[in-house]
Design a binder for this molecule. Structure first.
Ligand SMILES: [Zn+2]
Length: 62
């Protein structure tokens, strides 16, 4: 019998609520639920707004 490889744990995405607050952004104050993978290095969750391309600072667990 070949040795079994150790079970590989797939990282699970976490649903986060992401809200852009950039002034003038078309989706400002609109909250999106986005599945995100935690980063190894802080900040654990990082997102860039798809509309204004600014970093989104308002990221909370769904
Ligand atoms: Zn934005």
């Amino acid at each position: 019998m070949p040795e079994q490889p150790p079970p590989y744990e797939e990282p699970q995405p976490v649903n986060m609520l992401v809200t852009c607050h950039t002034e003038g952004c078309p989706v400002a104050d609109v909250t999106y639920q986005v599945p995100m993978y935690p980063n190894v290095e802080p900040p654990t969750y990082r997102a860039v707004c798809a509309q204004c391309e600014q970093y989104v600072t308002d990221i909370v667990p769904a």
